[in-house]
Design a protein around this ligand. Structure first.
Ligand code: F6P
Length: 548
């Protein structure tokens, strides 16, 4: 494996950076009237304007050369071919197979995975149709009105984000609820809103060993049985989605009520699999298929488009430019679309769990930054909260501004205000405000003399702050599918450049192991283990507060 920092393109980019870091985007726009035209790209119903970045043609050429030298073309082929690129778990990485709408065979260990992908999709479709049409009845013969999804991480955030994003497409009878937190408050409050006779619990866990999910599922089952008073009724109200059939059966869910997926689907990449069952229940099979179609459009584009016109590659490599050269370790996701309010949380898991790594695939430590800290909020709310720091703070934090050109069903007069803010923010981040402009503005407001001069430095915005503007024609299943897939591939590309495995998550294990021991100590089932003095004290405080 070639050492990233030894690649000729890596070094050449450092040489270029010495000049490029001095450039101001204002000047880049002034000197090139075609800049927006040249640095814009459309894929399906998604448009990316990447012109408001601190890049030139030379930067882009250097970045694409780096991608080639780091072996990106070969790695893309490996992923789509089903090779076991998740080396630490010896697994293929095939979320692309789940939306492989051409049905061309994809082999894992000599077996074409497409027949089983299609067969699960078909079962999901039939089940979703039965529930939505009212054919599937609860234990008192009433149709289902409420779906409670129990899962966490990838078994929660994907379905939650998509169901929130596509609410206008949801079944009018169906109310969606998502329970992820083992803090009983979430399940308790959810159960207050639903009736046992008309609720379907979908227990989602890739491993079916996740403590939070199993605890919530057991409590939900007890709650249900206290009302139904009939074990047989469970089959009408509990279904499971997992890769672990044995654990599902041990838990007490009939395997005929289980929807399967496979170890080559990563949790955070799983919304396209049976983990998408709540999505299909809410939106219907047709809309779910549209989501897959949208992702497939992006997959094809990613696989075939030259890097210079490849949306995920551009997003990824421009990201590398900031993370590794400018030293910007944070990235903001700002959707200007209320329905996308869970997108920042979803991308946060997708990116940080994938690329939050410090060991390269060959076991050596990295000597450069990897995943940025992903954070965000709906853009318009962010403007009135943390955008101050983004405009005038000391950090460089590129921002993705995401919006829809057309709003279907917004209230009159709202959408144009929203979009005006998107475009204004992108312009403000890029242009900033010079001291001369600030001074002229204060003069027109009637200020003068020392008072005016004292205020000028506070009114200056340096500008030159990078943004990508991602515009959907409108927020529908197809465009959302393309948008999510663009981020998935962006993250894949960055992982390839850094030479890390984006598809394991060993970093979450230590906390889980320690929590098991400490849980035993808190409940008195285990003797006190060796701890540091701080942990001992915290355990003691808990014991004192919960003395019976
Ligand atoms: O602990 C992290 C994690 O394994 C995530 O990667 C995953 O999405 C989540 O927990 C839930 O896991 P499961 O679907 O196996 O319950």
């Amino acid at each position: 494996m070639s050492e990233l920092t030894q690649l000729p393109a890596w070094q050449r980019l450092w040489d270029h950076f010495a000049d490029a870091k001095q450039l101001h985007m204002r000047e880049l726009f002034e000197s090139d009237p075609e800049r927006a035209e040249r640095y814009g790209l459309e894929v399906g119903g998604l448009f990316l304007d990447y012109s408001k970045n601190r890049i030139t043609d030379e930067t882009l050429q250097g970045l694409m050369q780096l991608a080639r030298e780091a072996g990106l073309p070969e790695r893309i082929k490996s992923m789509f071919k089903g090779e076991k690129i998740n080396t630490t778990e010896n697994r293929a990485v095939l979320h692309v197979a789940l939306r492989n709408r051409t049905n061309a065979p994809i082999f894992v260990d000599g077996e074409d995975v497409m027949p089983k992908v299609n067969s699960v999709l078909e079962r999901m479709g039939k089940f979703a149709h039965a529930v939505r049409s009212g054919e599937w009845l609860g234990y008192t013969n009433q149709p289902i009105t409420d779906i409670v999804n129990i899962g966490i991480g990838g078994s929660d955030l994907g379905p939650l984000m998509v169901c929130s994003a596509l609410r206008p497409f949801g079944h009018p009878r169906m109310n969606m609820h998502f329970v992820s937190n083992v803090d009983g408050a979430q399940l308790k409050e959810t159960l207050k809103k639903v009736h046992s006779e008309t609720t379907l619990f979908v227990v989602e866990s890739k491993t079916f060993t996740t403590q939070e999910t199993l605890t919530n599922a057991l409590t939900a089952r007890d709650w249900f049985l206290q009302r139904a008073r009939d074990e047989k009724a469970v089959a009408k109200h509990f279904v499971a989605v997992s890769t672990n059939q044995k654990a599902v059966a041990d838990f007490g869910i009939d395997p005929s009520n289980m929807f399967e997926f496979w170890d080559w689907v990563g949790g955070r990449y799983s919304l396209w699999s049976a983990i998408g069952l709540p999505i299909m229940l809410y939106l219907g099979e047709e809309n779910f298929t549209e989501l897959l179609n949208g992702a497939h459009i992006m997959d094809q584009h990613f696989r075939n488009a030259p890097f210079e016109q490849n949306m995920p590659v551009l997003l990824a490599m421009i990201g590398i430019w900031y993370i590794n050269y400018f030293g910007g370790g944070s990235h903001v996701i700002a959707p200007y679309e209320q329905y996308l309010h869970r997108l920042p949380a979803f991308i946060q898991q997708l990116d940080m769990e994938s690329n939050g790594k410090q060991t390269r695939t060959d076991g050596s430590p990295v000597n450069f930054e990897t995943a940025p800290i992903i954070w965000g909020e709906t853009g318009i709310n962010g403007q009135h909260a943390f955008f101050q720091l983004l405009h005038q703070g000391t950090h460089i934090s590129p921002i993705d501004l995401i919006a829809s050109l057309e709003s279907r069903g917004s209230l009159p007069g709202h959408h144009e205000i929203l979009l005006a803010n998107v475009f204004a923010q992108a312009e403000a981040f890029m242009r900033g405000k010079t001291a001369e402009e600030a001074r002229a503005e204060l003069v027109t407001q009637g200020m003068k003399g020392d008072a005016l001069e004292a205020l000028v430095p506070h009114k200056v915005f340096a500008g030159n702050r990078p943004t990508n503007t991602l515009l959907m024609s409108f927020l529908d299943p197809r465009n959302l599918g393309s948008l999510i897939a663009a981020y998935e591939h962006k993250i894949f590309v960055q992982g390839v450049i850094w030479g890390i495995n984006s598809f394991d998550q060993w970093g979450v294990e230590l906390g889980k192991q320690l929590a098991k021991t400490i849980h035993g100590e808190l409940t008195g089932k285990l003797k006190a283990a060796e701890h540091d003095s701080s942990t001992r004290r915290l355990i003691q405080l808990y014991r004192q507060a919960n003395k019976s």
